[in-house]
Design a protein around this ligand. Structure first.
Ligand code: FE
Length: 193
C-alpha cells in the first residue's frame, strides 16, 4: 500500500458513508466526519489533529471481522478498531491515540463533570452504556494525565458539534493530499542530531 492508495481507500470508505445514518443523529456519517474536521480547521488545529477529527469514527465504516456490532449503535469497539486499522496503514501514533481516545474522553467527562452528561444527545447517552459507562476514579485519574488530554477533549467537543444538518464544510477531496503528506511524513525515519 502506498500513501496514495491508502488515501484513496480512506476517501472511498468515507464517501460510501454518505448514505449511512450517524446512529440516531440528524446527519450522515460522512457529514459528521467532515463537520468534525471542519471544526478542527476553524480552530486552527494542526493537520494531524484535523485528520484525527476526520477519521475518529472510521471504525464504523470499515468492513472488519474484528468489529463488534450492536443493533442500532453500530460498531461498539469502533474507537479501538479504528485506531488499529489506522496503525496497519501507517498513520501516526498521536493521530491514533486521538482516534482511540474520543470514546474514553466521553467516559472521562461524564465521570468528572456533572453537567456534561446532561448535555449529551440521547444517542450518545445510549451508546455510553455499551462503551463501559462513566470512568471509575482510577481510570479518570489515569486518563487525566494522558499526554494528549487537551487535544483529546477538543476533538470530543468537535465530535459533539458535528451533527448539524446542512452545515457548509470543506469537501472530502481536500483531505486526500493531507493524508498522503501525513503518511509520507510518518514513514520518514526521524532525523538524528
Ligand atoms: Fe463521532
Amino acid at each position: 500500500m502506498t500513501p496514495e492508495t491508502i488515501a484513496a481507500e480512506v476517501l472511498r470508505l468515507l464517501e460510501a458513508s454518505a448514505d449511512a445514518d450517524y446512529y440516531g443523529e440528524p446527519v450522515s456519517q460522512l457529514a459528521h466526519a467532515l463537520q468534525a474536521a471542519q471544526s478542527a480547521r476553524d480552530a486552527s488545529a494542526d493537520d494531524e489533529l484535523i485528520l484525527a477529527a476526520l477519521l475518529h469514527d472510521i471504525g464504523h465504516n470499515i468492513d472488519d471481522p474484528r468489529a463488534i456490532r450492536h443493533g442500532d449503535v453500530g460498531v461498539i469497539n469502533h474507537d479501538d478498531l479504528g485506531s488499529l486499522w489506522l496503525a496497519e496503514r501507517g498513520f501516526s501514533s498521536r493521530l491514533r491515540m486521538l482516534v482511540r481516545g474520543h470514546v474514553d474522553a466521553k467516559r472521562y467527562l461524564v465521570a468528572t463533570n456533572a453537567n456534561y452528561a446532561k448535555r449529551l444527545s440521547p444517542a450518545s447517552t445510549e451508546t455510553l452504556i455499551h462503551q463501559g459507562g462513566p470512568m471509575s476514579i482510577e481510570e479518570a485519574t489515569a486518563f487525566g494525565e494522558a499526554a494528549e488530554l487537551k487535544d483529546c477533549l477538543r476533538l470530543r467537543s468537535w465530535d459533539e458539534q458535528a451533527k448539524e444538518p446542512g452545515r457548509l464544510v470543506t469537501p472530502l477531496e481536500a483531505y486526500r493530499a493531507m493524508i498522503v503528506t501525513h503518511l509520507t511524513d510518518t514513514a520518514r525515519p526521524v532525523q538524528q542530531g
